[in-house]
Design a protein around this ligand. Sequence first.
Ligand code: PBG
Length: 333
Amino acid sequence: MSKAPLAAFPAIRPRRLRREDWIRRLVRETTVTPNDLIWSLVVHDGPEPEIVVPSMPGAPRMSVSRAAEAAREAKRLGIPAIAVFPYIDPAKKDPQGSTASDPDGLVCRAVAAMKDAAPDVGVMCDVALDPFTSHGHDGLIENGVILNDASVERLIEQGLVQARAGCDILAPSDMMDGRVGRLRSALEAEGMTDIAIMAYAAKYASAFYGPYRDAIGSASVLTGDKKTYQMDPGNAEEALREVALDISEGADMVMVKPGMPYLDIVHRVAAAFALPTFAFQVSGEYAMIQAAAANGWIDGDRAMLESLMAFKRAGCAGVITYFAPRAARALGA
Ligand code: PBG
């Protein structure tokens, strides 16, 4: 398709299409609606409905019953799905992340409570061990090395337990090799043919996850970094290989993470593969907007909506964001 203008100034004056709100709305190429949002939230196991996380203003840890209420709120606001992340009591963490595969664990109870409260709101679970391990890594570790194949086996146990608890979308965020394929065949073997997999396909070793690690309580325990499994921020071609692999292994949807600093990757992935591409507007992106807005340096609502628009414009089918309920309200839901 030719993008060349058909005429030159003054025959063409692009400002004609910007002069009033009605015409800007008429020619707008991209729109954001609550349908584009997945609400990411963190649950905890205590009675307090909400526990403030200082680096995540406006996105507190929620009790299981408050999360069920959030599911009802999502339904009212037209938000299709919620992604749930757990804060695990440090006393329950161990090197194997044992509680990750506990059918009575926090995540499973939260999933069940949310599905009970709002059956037609989708629930997505992270498949990764980091909230559950005493070392804060997404997999198993031996002599300082993250084990790939042994980690995958643990992750499959975790994913199956979440699926049995009623989770609709499994989202492996661990970046181990081969995990999507193993997860898909394990689901098929159990007859769970309708569970969707949204692969964190291009997930970078990023500084923007800091506030999330505060929220789930892994910041204080994490030893070293995640650079042997998460991607190098300098790589784009590799993102296309990672996405292609996850699709060939059975992913239904793919994700790029973080979001806004990686819109080039989103755009390339969405253009190259014919399946829904999502971006995670991660905790650090959320915190930056919140902090600047709190200082009066930017208009928080406008920056929030503009950032969501940017994801859509880049090619996203939707965005995982801590802003979801506020954005839905700002959009008139
Ligand atoms: C862990 C995981 C992370 C996030 C989602 N799942 C962080 C990490 O890899 O350390 C980040 C979410 C956010 O920053 O909002 N598997």
